[in-house]
Design a protein around this ligand. Sequence first.
Ligand code: FES
Length: 98
Amino acid sequence: MPTVTLKPSGKTIDVEEGVTILQAILASGEKFLNKCEGKATCGSCHVYVPEGRKTLSKIQRLENEKLDTIVGVATPSRLACQARVGVENITVEILSFV
Ligand code: FES
């Protein structure tokens, strides 16, 4: 069972493979912006995944198009509502605060 570590809180939770990062964050009890509720249209769930991002689901067209519109996008960027956790542990850096 992979582990998701959240920064900056340091909170760590175990999740099932295949859940989205958004589901993992909300399950942890962290408050987190997700204005379009996972439809990849708002960009408010932009996070960095500095560790373990290669184990995540591949970026699909919808996510890629939205990421192209967000200021501050970098190599570790993902939309939390679209990226699914793989078999390995990951670290997620939350960039926005509610
Ligand atoms: S919640 Fe809107 S893009 Fe992810």
